[in-house]
Write a protein that binds this ligand. Structure first.
Ligand code: NDP
Length: 484
């Protein structure tokens, strides 16, 4: 039953001016791609074309790496940390000033609700630049200096080749670029094919901040562009976030070279609810864990483990809460769940959900009317899921939750760890001692207690096993960009 209908509350689209076409950002300016190839970026909520974007081929990638090398050797590498910090602070402030525009752009290109791009993505993007700006002149004290020379600066690596996914386009850019620049490296970054626009506006922000040419280069394109970048012989460091499959390919191509590598890959996190947890709070955490950003989150709580004794009340409360979720226009400030990022991702979610039903699990979704155009998937939970089911093992990367049960803490640990991944986990309980006992045993890079999907630039993030290696964020995030 709905107490009242919501009136539409759209954020204004006019705060962002999208150009009809974007070139590659190389050496501080926008340039045409060598062979003139272009591709289109669309709004996944309407399938409307937003802009044409240049597709970088190997010659363009080479040009970008050379620009980054020159900037590294002539300007950015030799520049004192306190000077680099000024540029990073300036970028952070411009991001804050332009945050409304960037939030609208991100929602248009990605499909995520404006509430999230405005209140989560953009504040975190600015926070990452502020945080790493603060480190730029303190690297000698970060604990990575040359042995036996306290107070000496650790050296940067050189040119970083960075490839990012489409789920948090600008935030993943910030996670990659802020620590790289703070430590004195220059970068060539490839955004995802479906979400290049905020990275291109970030390039304009680099111009606005007077960042020396070549320190940041943005090469747009598809998987082949990313591949040309990570395989380029003059790249010193590769940082990748995306699927485990592509991560594996990259690890193979980098093996045997001098390149340093960090991989942030998939996940299949367990969100574990004990019988002493405050149920309403836990239900909010379950919803945030799997429906935040349409479930396009590597650390999403996609496996719910509920203690058997509270299974019924938790499920009932969860279903009740799900009937209140509003799916629709990402630019509407009341929207909870926006559009699926692409037709191919929608296809993947549909396929895995159909397999879940075929394997005997039972799907449930609240009644909700999906828009006619664009890519949409109703929030869905599967009950009767066993650990062997594919929906309990594979990353669906969509608003689909698999519900399993357990009886004892030991069983919860065993089930939570029974996955090839190890990125994150959540624990809901009233007992602090149980949180510590569980956190010690869960094989996950991040363990949230009585909360979920909380991010902070000071906190390291990364995985075990097939979730990748290396840490981003915090002091640990500096190490990946230093010669230590
Ligand atoms: P990918 O891993 O293919 O994409 C991530 C980034 O890598 C994109 O920029 C992509 O370019 C680029 N890329 C693709 N192939 C190569 C290559 N051979 N060498 C270098 N870079 C490459 O993820 P998808 O977007 O295809 O998503 C597929 C699945 O991956 C999802 O369903 C989800 O399960 C998982 N995924 C996990 C993420 C995570 O953070 N854990 C993030 C994204 C996806 P392009 O955009 O052009 O393909």
């Amino acid at each position: 039953m709905t107490a009242f209908e919501y009136a539409p509350a759209p954020e204004s689209r006019s705060v962002v001016e999208i150009k009809s076409s974007y070139g590659l950002f190389i050496g501080g300016e926008f340039v045409e791609p060598t062979d003139g190839a272009m591709f289109k970026s669309i709004n996944p909520a309407t399938e409307e074309v937003l802009a044409e974007v240049a597709e970088a081929g190997p010659a363009d990638v080479d040009r970008a790496v050379r620009a980054a090398r020159t900037a590294y050797e002539k300007v950015w590498g030799p520049m004192p940390g306190r000077e680099r910090a000024k540029y990073l602070f300036r970028i952070a402030r411009i991001i804050q000033e332009r945050s409304r525009e960037l939030a609208v752009l991100e929602s248009l290109d990605n499909g995520k609700p404006i509430r999230e791009s405005r209140d989560v993505d953009l504040p975190l993007v600015a926070a990452h630049f502020f945080y790493y700006a603060g480190w730029a002149d303190k690297l000698a004290y970060a604990g990575f200096g040359p042995p036996g020379r306290p107070g000496a600066e650790p050296r940067p690596l050189g040119v970083a080749g960075q490839v990012i996914p489409w789920n948090f386009p600008l935030l993943m850019l910030a996670w990659k670029i802020a620590p790289a620049l703070a430590t004195g490296n220059t970068v060539v970054l490839k955004p995802a094919e479906t979400t290049p626009l905020s990275a291109l506006v970030f390039a304009e922000i680099c111009q606005q901040a007077d960042l020396p040419p070549g320190v940041v280069n943005i090469v747009t394109g598809a998987g082949a562009t990313g591949r040309a970048l990570v395989e380029h012989g003059d790249v010193d460091k590769v940082a990748f976030t995306g699927s485990t499959e592509v991560g594996r390919q990259i690890a193979r191509s980098v093996a045997g070279t001098r390149k340093k590598l960090t991989l942030e890959l998939g996940g299949k996190a367990a969100n574990i609810v004990f019988d002493d947890a405050p149920i309403d709070q836990a239900v909010e955490g379950i919803v945030n864990g799997i429906f935040f950003n349409q479930g396009h989150v590597c650390c999403a709580g996609s496996r719910l483990l509920v203690q058997e004794s509270v299974y019924e009340p938790v499920l009932e409360a969860l279903k009740r809460r799900m009937t209140r979720l509003r799916v629709g226009d990402p630019l509407d400030k009341n929207t909870d769940i926006g559009a699926i990022n692409s037709a191919s991702q929608l296809e993947r979610i549909r396929t895995l959900s159909a397999i879940g039903a075929q394997e005997g699990a039972e799907p449930w979704s609240p009644p909700c009317q999906l828009p006619d155009r664009g890519f949409w998937f109703a929030p869905t939970i599967f009950t009767g899921v066993s650990q062997a089911h594919r929906i309990a093992r594979e990353e669906i990367f969509g608003p689909v939750l698999s519900v399993l049960t357990f009886r004892t803490p030991a069983e919860a640990v065993e089930k939570a760890n029974n996955t090839p991944y190890g990125l994150s986990a959540g624990i809901w309980t009233d007992k602090g001692s149980r949180i510590l006992w569980m956190a010690d045993r869960l094989r996950a890079g991040v363990v949230w207690a009585n909360t979920f999907n909380k991010f902070d630039p000071t906190s390291p993030f990364g995985g075990y096993k097939e979730s990748g290696y290396g840490r981003e964020g915090g002091r640990h995030g500096l190490e990946a960009y230093l010669d230590v």
